[in-house]
Write a protein that binds this ligand. Structure first.
Ligand code: CA
Length: 409
């Protein structure tokens, strides 16, 4: 079902061009493309189709497109069109016998090392059976061959991200594993995790589910993480439910995350180092909870995604999908003058909502407007801005698109 954006947020006011046509020298600066008030036209190209649950996309500067499939592994499509299965199930260049595909869980995020062009390092987030009772989610580093045909040197740099190994009254096994990987402009790897329908995780100082981690390329805590004393040093922010997207605001570098709400209140949040997202689904006397998990038992007042009654200093949402949860998925900032009025805006994919929302943020990072992009109604699973300035999108229908902006929308 496609629901108009106006049901959830006010449409953007019509932008008014106030720049003069000619500046005539003096101290005036000529208008730059970044001040364009035109909405871009979007050209959508299907790059790959027939995929089995594509989950994330990463682009190399030479045009190579990496993608994960949840139950299959990591593959690459070279700029020539050649597709190679690099890591995962049988048939991959490097087989991972420990790959677990379980409900929502499996092979999730992929990120290329900032020095990929020279070191060929790639990172993937994968559910693994190498740890047992329970199994876990891991972040795995791989080295690719120069010709993109082989992978080697597997190193599991994080091994202890919680997995919902067994189903319970709150839902099926494999639920809420988070799993997006992105390098920040600071050069560190950000890893998003989920609450596993385990009420203890989000506010736990030592268990790393329901968190955003910030680590080095060896999985060690990045310097400067500012979670409270006693917290695992890898934790950047905590108190999250199931973070599906992370992206960095152009100009400031501030990370923004997108996460599912329960049956209300999907949220986008501007992260503050050491901050609490305010999700705490532990038992509450006023609610009837299932298996000690109260996440589905309340409403925006009794079980808020950001509980400022319990955590007055919790990070406020930049945008809340109001009364409903539409399965908020990935997020990516649009950047570059080719995006015209959307340069610097935040694209957010909704899965059940089947729409791509473009958020205008004010200087404090709070949404000032939201419009739907003119794209098909599908489940938006992954968003990545490529080095070519185009937006790459993976859908649950098994496709990867390249969306190119051009004048005249
Ligand atoms: Ca929150």
């Amino acid at each position: 079902m496609r629901i108009p954006a106006s049901k959830f947020a006010p449409r953007l006011p019509v932008a008014v061009a106030i720049l003069t046509a000619a500046c005539g020298g003096g101290t005036n600066n000529p208008p730059s493309d970044t001040t364009s008030t035109a909405t871009p036209a979007l050209t959508r190209t299907v790059v790959l189709s027939g995929l089995n649950g594509p989950w994330d996309v990463a682009l190399a500067a030479d045009g190579a497109l990496f993608f994960t499939e949840k139950c299959r592994g990591l593959s690459v499509r070279q700029a020539t069109g050649t597709v190679t299965r690099l890591f995962g199930t049988s048939g991959s260049a490097l087989v991972a016998p420990d790959l677990v595909c379980l409900g929502q869980s499996g092979v999730h995020g992929v990120a290329l090392d900032p020095a990929f062009a020279t070191n060929r390092m790639v990172y993937v987030y994968m559910t693994s059976s190498l740890s047992t009772s329970p199994r876990t989610n891991r972040v795995i580093a791989l080295t690719l061959s120069a010709d993109y045909m082989g992978a080697s040197g597997r190193t599991d740099i994080i091994t202890d991200i919680a997995l919902k190994d067994v189903g319970n009254a709150a839902g099926s096994a494999g639920a809420h594993s988070g799993g997006r990987l992105r390098f920040g402009p600071d050069g560190f790897l950000y890893v998003t995790t989920g609450d596993n329908h385990n009420a203890v995780l989000p506010q736990s100082p030592t268990l790393i589910g329901g968190k955003v981690l910030r680590v080095t390329t060896t999985g060690a805590a990045a310097p400067g993480n500012a979670a409270p004393a006693g917290f695992d040093a890898r934790i950047f922010t905590y108190g999250h439910r199931n973070v599906q997207g992370i992206t960095f605001r152009p100009g400031t570098g501030q990370p923004f995350v997108s996460e599912h709400g329960p049956n209300h209140s999907d949220e986008v949040t501007a992260l503050v180092n050491g901050g609490n997202g305010g999700w705490d689904p532990k038992d509450r006397a006023t609610l009837t909870c299932q298996d000690s998990y109260c996440g589905y038992s309340g409403n925006p007042t009794t079980m808020p995604m950001t509980d400022v009654a319990r955590f007055p200093n919790a990070m406020p949402p930049s945008w809340s999908n109001n009364a409903l949860s539409q399965g908020m998925g990935p997020a990516a900032f649009l950047s570059g003058s080719q995006w015209q009025a959307w340069n610097g805006r935040l694209a957010v994919g909704l899965m059940a909502g089947s729409r791509l929302v473009i958020l205008e943020l004010n200087s404090a990072g709070i949404a000032a407007g939201a419009v739907d992009a003119a794209l098909p109604a599908v489940r938006y699973r992954a968003l990545t801005l490529g080095p070519d300035g185009n937006l790459y999108i993976a859908t649950d229908a098994g496709e990867i698109w390249r969306v190119t902006p051009s004048p005249g929308g």
